[in-house]
Write a protein that binds this ligand. Structure first.
Ligand code: ASP
Ligand code: MG
Length: 420
C-alpha cells in the first residue's frame, strides 16, 4: 500500500463525463489498496471565464484590493471541480471528501494571484485516509494568515499537488494531463520527437523555464527541493488499463542522475518566443556600466535573461540583453529616458522578433564539444547566432524568430534525438 497523489488538469476535468472517468481511475487505484489524495484543476476554461467576468466589470489593476477579489473569484473554479469529483467518487461506491485550500489548511503568504505556499497541515487529510476515504484537495489555492483566500498563479495546481505530496511524504505524485509525457521537443514542430521515459528534475526545470508548458515551473522547483517523485502521464488512456502499466507510463522526473548509464548527452531541445532583445549602443567602456544599465532595469522589476557585452572599440562598447516581451516597451523607454543620458551612450536599439533555442542535458556536464556541435548545426542551416548563454546543463542561443522551427529541427537531428 502506498500513499499516492494524483493531479488532474483542466482538460481532464473538462466535463462531467471526464470527471466520471477520473473518478473511475482514482477508484481503481484506491481499490488496489492505495491511499489516494487527488488534486484537481478547475474545469477547462473556467478560470479564464471567471477572470474575464472581472475584467468586464473593471480593467485589471495591480492593487491588493482588486487582486484579493480575483483570488476569491478564481478559487471557486477548483472548489467546484473538487466537489464534483467527490460526488463522482461517491457514485462509484467510495467514501470521498473534498477540501478547499483554507479547510486543509494550505497556508500561503498574502501575495494575491501569485501566492507562495508556506505550510500544509496534513492532519485532517491523514485522518480521512486512515478512515478509508479518498481525499480531494483543491488545486491552485490556499489561505493567508488573515484568512484571505489566495491563489498560486496560473497553472498553480501542479504546485499544489507536489506541495501536498511533499507535506504528506507521498510515495509518488502523478500529474495526469493532456499530453502523455515530456518530449525531446515539441512534437508539433518535430514530428519525430520522442517521449522521455525519465528526465532529471534539473533538466525539467530548464525545459519548463524555456516554455515547455507541461508543468508549472514552481512545481518542479518544489519537487526538487523536497525530492518528491513525480510523473507526468496521460489522462486520456482508458481508465481501466492495467494499473501496473499505467504506473510505469509517461515520464518520471528523477533525482538520481547517475542511475542512468546510457543517459544521452542532450535530452531535449527547448525554445521560446517570449523574449525580446535590447541593446545600448556606444556606451563609454568604464567600470560600472553593467551595473548602471541592469541596475536600472532591476529597479523597475524587469527580469533580464541573456546578457552580452561586446569588446570595446575606441573606448566604446555595446551592451545587449533580453527581457520578457511584455517588458520590452517599458525597458526601451527606461533606457532612453534614464540610462542613455546618464551613461553618455549613443542610442538604444531593440528587436522583439527573436527567439531563444536551447539544448538541455545533464550529460553536458561531463562532455566537451557539445556547444560547438550545436553551433555547427546552426551554421550549416545558415542561421546567424545573435547571443549565446550557457549553464552547466544548457546552452542557449538567441536567433531571428523566423528560423526557430528550422533551428529546433536541425538540433533535434544533430543530437540524434529522433533515434530511440
Ligand atoms: N485553474 C488554474 C488555471 O487555470 C490553475 C490550474 O489549472 O493549474 O490556471
Ligand atoms: Mg496545467
Amino acid at each position: 500500500m502506498a500513499l499516492i497523489v494524483h493531479k488532474y488538469g483542466g482538460t481532464s476535468m473538462g466535463s462531467t463525463e471526464r470527471i466520471r472517468n477520473v473518478a473511475k481511475r482514482v477508484a481503481k487505484w484506491a481499490r488496489a489498496g492505495h491511499q489516494m489524495v487527488v488534486v484537481p484543476s478547475a474545469m477547462s476554461g473556467e478560470t479564464n471565464r471567471l477572470l474575464a467576468l472581472a475584467k468586464d466589470l473593471a480593467p485589471p489593476r495591480p492593487d491588493t484590493a482588486y487582486n484579493r477579489e480575483l483570488d476569491m473569484l478564481a478559487a471557486t473554479g477548483e472548489q467546484a471541480s473538487s466537489a464534483l469529483l467527490a460526488i463522482a467518487l461517491q457514485a462509484e461506491g467510495l467514501e470521498a471528501v473534498s477540501y478547499a485550500g483554507w479547510q486543509v489548511p494550505i497556508k500561503t503568504n498574502s501575495a494575491y494571484t501569485k501566492a507562495r505556499i508556506e505550510s500544509i497541515d496534513d492532519q485532517k487529510v491523514r485522518a480521512d485516509l486512515a478512515a478509508g476515504r479518498v481525499v480531494i484537495v483543491t488545486g491552485f489555492q490556499g489561505v493567508d494568515d488573515a484568512g484571505n483566500i489566495t491563489t498560486l498563479g496560473r497553472g498553480g495546481s501542479d504546485t499544489s499537488a507536489v506541495a501536498v505530496a511533499a507535506a504528506m511524504k507521498a510515495d509518488e505524485c502523478l500529474i495526469y494531463t493532456d499530453v502523455d509525457g515530456v518530449y525531446t521537443t515539441d512534437p508539433r514542430i518535430v514530428p519525430e520527437a520522442r517521449r522521455l521515459h525519465t528526465v532529471s528534475f534539473e533538466e525539467m526545470l530548464e525545459m519548463a523555464s524555456m516554455g515547455s508548458k507541461v508543468l508549472q515551473i514552481r512545481s518542479v522547483e518544489f519537487a526538487g527541493k523536497y525530492k518528491v517523485p513525480m510523473r507526468v502521464l496521460s489522462s486520456f488512456t482508458p481508465w481501466d488499463i492495467d494499473l501496473g502499466e499505467e504506473a510505469r507510463s509517461g515520464t518520471l522526473i528523477t533525482f538520481e542522475e547517475d542511475e542512468q548509464m546510457e543517459q544521452a548527452v542532450v535530452s531535449g531541445i527547448a525554445f521560446n518566443r517570449d523574449e525580446a532583445k535590447v541593446s545600448v549602443l556606444g556606451v563609454p567602456d568604464k567600470p560600472g556600466i553593467a551595473y548602471q544599465i541592469l541596475g536600472a532595469v532591476a529597479d523597475a522589476n524587469i527580469e533580464v535573461d541573456v546578457i552580452i557585452q561586446n569588446v570595446s572599440k575606441d573606448g566604446k562598447t555595446d551592451f545587449s540583453f533580453t527581457v520578457h516581451r511584455n517588458d520590452y516597451a517599458r525597458t526601451i523607454d527606461l533606457l532612453k529616458d534614464k540610462v542613455v543620458p546618464a551613461l553618455g551612450a549613443q542610442e538604444v536599439a531593440g528587436d522583439a522578433k527573436i527567439c531563444k533555442v536551447s539544448i538541455v542535458g545533464i550529460g553536458m556536464r561531463s562532455h566537451v564539444g557539445i556547444a560547438s556541435k550545436m553551433f555547427r548545426a546552426l551554421s550549416e542551416e545558415g542561421i546567424n547566432i545573435q547571443m549565446i548563454s550557457t549553464s552547466e546543463i544548457k546552452t542557449s542561443v538567441v536567433i531571428d524568430e523566423k528560423y526557430m522551427e528550422l533551428a529546433v529541427r536541425a538540433l533535434h537531428r544533430a543530437f540524434d534525438l529522433d533515434q530511440a
